[in-house]
Design a protein around this ligand. Sequence first.
Ligand code: DQA
Length: 151
Amino acid sequence: MKTALVLNGPNLNLLGTREPAVYGSATLADVEQLCLRACAAHGLALDFRQSNHEGELIDWLHQAGRAEAAGSLAGVVLNAGAYTHTSVALHDAIKGAGVTLIELHISNVHAREAFRHHSYISPAAKAVMAGFGVAGYGLAIAGLAQIDSAR
Ligand code: DQA
């Protein structure tokens, strides 16, 4: 059974209490449960992580590239949080690792402030998901399973 790696970047540990009008009331633990159910439905194992540190996310992407090349990983769902809009280093890590990655945002970043409209992740991503609330995590896992089964 292959694994889906779900990576969450800065401030996503605050889900549930952070700007609930934008991000909803589900906690990160609730999102992990949702991801577990989605993975089970698609015959995938789940590896679910969160970090507030750019370098740690980069290290995890490098590991993911090696795991995907070895055949044990279907790919990555990444909510990079605000690093989406700032991090050339995450862009380079995704490309350098050669990992299959779905960019995810809980909110519709294009309907928000102008500084959220540009993503350094999108040009390195296989697909982009935004604006479905936390349900987007389940949809992204379904998409990743479909991409993987088409290989
Ligand atoms: C986010 C959108 C980003 O602009 C923001 O910085 C986040 C969360 C989202 O899930 O909607 O931290 O990635």
